[in-house]
Design a protein around this ligand. Structure first.
Ligand code: GAR
Length: 257
């Protein structure tokens, strides 16, 4: 079956390990029928920009609101809207089908979200997004609150972006156990490994037409199992796991020599 290629725009602010996982999944032929058109960062010199440049992917640094101080709320809002406007122009310029947030630390405006219903995806490093999602719940702050709480497991969630922060319908979720000696840092590292597997899988399901929304658009139903879709996916994703193993061994050898 010939599939129409879907164009992607990534929004990222930092380290870029999720973005790198997408680059690897595409390079290894695991994630099919997608093309990364551009990576946009709201933080100048974010490490993720270098990952994109090495992979020969177009980049754009757009000054956002993160890490900046403003004289007034109005000024901040204006900067946020300017950023979103420029992003939307890129969406049109590159005929973008899906915007993927990958460690993006800025809240998108209502007008941006409303202009792309169910076409913006995010990954959040928690399982329970009601308890561990929302404003200021970004990266290590999420894991800090999880380890300080009484919960037994955390995880990660890929979801559509809606106007209520981190509360859009979930496409895929994975649970990760909290171990007795876990710190926020150790939990983050373990969850991150799951994120790198889950996010590309969720996108492939979407691109393959296997994600369905309830009539009120608050829930997703995902068909992962018919026609052996899951078996085919895991067979392909093995190549990524082998690459990660190889990269880890190579890094360890380099560090000990
Ligand atoms: C990831 O853990 C991602 O889930 C999280 O930020 C990290 C970015 O890492 N996102 C959020 O917290 C969104 N609210 P990365 O830059 O290495 O992909």
């Amino acid at each position: 079956m010939i599939q129409v290629v879907k164009n992607l725009l990534f929004l990222a602010s930092g380290r870029g390990s999720n973005f790198k996982s997408f680059v690897d999944h595409i390079r290894l032929g695991i994630l099919k029928a997608v093309a990364v058109k551009i990576l946009v960062s709201n933080r100048v010199n974010a490490p993720v920009l270098e990952i994109a440049r090495i992979a020969d992917i177009a980049t754009k640094e757009l000054v956002g609101t993160s890490g900046r101080s403003f004289v007034s709320k109005e000024e901040r809002e204006k900067a946020r809207l300017d950023f979103d406007k420029q992003c939307l122009e890129l969406v049109h310029q590159f005929s973008i089908d899906y915007v993927l947030l990958a460690g993006f630390d800025q809240i998108l405006s209502k007008s941006f979200v409303d202009s792309m219903p169910c076409r913006i995806l995010n990954i959040h490093p928690a399982y329970d997004l009601r308890a561990f999602g929302g404003k200021n719940m970004v990266g290590s702050k999420v894991h800090d609150s999880v380890v300080r709480s009484e919960v037994r497991y955390s995880g990660c969630t890929v979801h559509f972006v809606a106007n209520e922060i981190d509360q859009g319908p979930a496409i895929l979720k994975e649970r990760v156990a909290i171990l007795p000696d876990d710190t926020a840092g150790s939990l983050e590292q373990r969850i991150l490994a799951y994120e790198h597997l889950l996010y590309p899988q969720a996108l492939q399901l979407l691109v393959d037409g296997r994600v369905f929304l309830s009539d009120d658009r608050t829930k997703c139903y995902v068909d992962r199992f018919s026609d052996n879709w899951d078996i085919e996916w895991w067979k392909r994703q093995e190549a990524y796991l082998r690459k990660i193993q190889f990269d880890t061994i190579t890094l360890q050898e380099a560090q000990t020599s």
